[in-house]
Write a protein that binds this ligand. Structure first.
Ligand SMILES: *[C@@H]1O[C@H](CO)[C@@H](O)[C@H](O)[C@H]1NC(C)=O
Ligand SMILES: *[C@@H]1O[C@H](CO)[C@@H](O)[C@H](O)[C@H]1NC(C)=O
Ligand SMILES: [Zn+2]
Length: 504
């Protein structure tokens, strides 16, 4: 083979100039490391693009990370077509999912999950933004100093955009300047617990703390997220012992956290959420109840508060919609979470409430740990860590289990993108529309697969997920974050170019 040196000269010149440029402008990453696609301006096309105006066949123009236009096929073919085109055929193009409730445990407990693995899983699951919870990391995000540690831990390690909730705890609740420091530092809102959180440096709050929190948040127009369970010594509360035979029964675990705990907490919350009504002392603040499990009295209370004008929303999680107490095997602690997964009748009511709009949105509550704290030989539900690992699967799970209830692609966008964007104050995200960030998931709703722990699961501890072994429908083909193709068919972009989202 004739390998002429002359052919190498232009290459060497190019290499030298690249090197020179690199030295001149140091830390900026070359775009190709952030994206599996080497274009700044391109079109993605498909027959099924879910826009706020309905499903269209057409094209989305992406320019410098934003959506520059959205056009129907006939208009696009007719005149505007210019630049690179990536055709996804019949696949669905939707706004990327926004998970407002995930625990990535970084810094401090990164061995439980961590920013790199958690955000890789998110990208592979079509989640383009997630908001990290202020606890299970160490220290908990309850001060501006702790938030700085969080941001430092996230730097160059996140594959999707990540925002942060701060913690409302007794230590800062009555200290307006401490809360202002935390909010000024950029948390998107606050989170608190009405029962012990299971984490020592994240103590629970009562109604007085929550009232103070709402007053501070009103000035910033940001939400308070609350874990709504109050420990009651109800008559059916069993004194269970660790390691006892009863402790491996799922029915025992259920009796330790009855629906009355959720109801009591929400009843107490509603004594302060009236402050958020128009003209009230905390107008501008908003209260969001996380992971509702009880679809009976608790939900009725929330419906009533909405009618009265309280600024209040509620989420539930895929595991409450997918599973029921009846099917959980004794000793299978993968299914332990708090509040617990309740019975079939309750699950049916959750679906109904979601479809009727009484439940506003969905979140993963991805809350992993190490297998040694989650799975025990004796199957002890009391000792096991409470939390379900699901981050990567929420899209196919919602779709697979929702189809028989008539869930549509528009429902998915509303529950997983539009409303979460609103809750987190991200008006540039959550829709396929001009001017928004090009945060996009491309997926095929009809591809079925058996979820196996050893196959393309990016969670740090796949084996602890309750979904392993399930047959699901809906395969994520590609995920774009601000125009970067961060994931495609089992491959991630080499660099982690997600951005920490800080409120201003
Ligand atoms: C309130 O918080 C500020 C800032 O974090 C701190 O300097 C101050 O000591 C706190 N005040 C009280 C009374 O704890
Ligand atoms: C909440 O706890 C604080 C102490 O941190 C206490 O001063 C306050 O009275 C309590 N409020 C209620 C409603 O129990
Ligand atoms: Zn949680």
């Amino acid at each position: 083979m004739d390998f002429g040196w002359s052919k190498l000269v232009p290459l060497l010149v190019l290499l030298a100039s690249l090197l020179f440029l690199h030295i001149k402008s140091p830390p900026k990453l070359h775009h190709s490391e952030c994206s599996l696609l080497p274009y700044h301006h391109y079109w993605i096309t498909s027959k099924r693009i879910i826009t706020p105006q309905g499903v269209i066949s057409g094209a989305v123009e992406v320019r410098e990370g934003n959506i520059a236009s959205v056009v129907k096929e006939e208009d696009w073919l007719g005149n505007v077509r210019r630049g690179q085109v990536v055709d996804f055929g019949e696949a669905v193009i939707m706004p990327g999912l926004i998970d407002v409730h995930a625990h990535l445990d970084d810094p401090g407990r990164a061995e439980w999950e961590g920013f790199p693995s958690g955000t890789k899983a998110a990208a592979a699951g079509g989640i383009t933004t997630l908001i990290d919870m202020p606890l299970n990391c160490f220290p908990s995000t309850v001060s501006k100093e702790a938030l700085k540690l969080k941001i430092a831990a996230a730097e160059d390690k996140i594959h999707v955009d990540v925002g942060f909730w701060g913690g409302l705890v007794p230590e800062n609740a009555f200290n307006a300047s401490a809360l202002e420091d935390l909010l000024d530092a950029g948390v998107l809102g606050l989170k608190s617990f009405m029962c012990p959180s299971g984490i020592n440096d994240f103590p629970m709050t009562n109604a007085s703390h929550i009232k103070e929190g709402l007053a501070a948040l009103a000035r910033y127009k940001r939400p308070l997220l609350v874990h709504a369970e109050i420990q009651l010594e109800s008559e059916n509360y069993l004194e269970l012992r660790y390691g006892s035979d009863e402790a491996r029964l799922y029915s025992s675990y259920l009796t330790t956290r009855p629906p009355s705990w959720e109801e009591a907490a929400i009843r107490e919350l509603l004594t302060v959420t009236s402050d958020t009504r128009p003209g009230g002392p905390a107008e501008g603040a908003h209260l969001h109840i996380v992971h509702l499990a009880d679809a009976s009295s608790s939900l009725d209370l929330i419906k009533g508060a909405k009618i009265h004008g309280d600024s209040i929303t509620v989420e539930t999680c895929p595991h409450y919609l997918a599973f029921s107490a009846e099917e959980i095997q004794d000793g299978d602690t993968r299914f332990k979470c708090a509040p617990p997964i309740r019975d079939i009748a309750n699950r049916e009511k959750l679906w109904e409430a979601l479809l009727e709009g009484h439940i506003d949105l969905l979140s993963s509550d991805h809350s992993p740990t190490v297998p040694e704290l989650k799975l025990f030989d004796d199957g002890d539900f009391l000792r096991a860590w409470g939390g379900i690992s699901s981050l990567q699967f929420v899209l196919p799970v919602t779709w697979s289990y929702g189809r028989k209830y008539g869930v549509t692609l528009e429902h998915l966008v509303s529950w997983w993108s539009e409303r979460p964007a609103k809750l987190a104050g991200q008006e540039l995200k959550g829709a396929i529309a001009i001017g928004k960030h090009a945060d996009v998931v491309v997926w095929d709703p009809d591809v079925e697969f058996d979820l196996a722990a050893d196959h393309l699961v990016y969670h740090k501890h796949p084996s602890i997920s309750a979904y392993i072994g399930k047959r699901l429908s809906g395969k994520v083909l590609a995920t774009f974050v601000r125009g970067n193709l961060v994931y495609e068919e089992g491959k991630h972009a080499p660099a982690a170019c997600g951005v920490p989202i800080l409120a201003r």
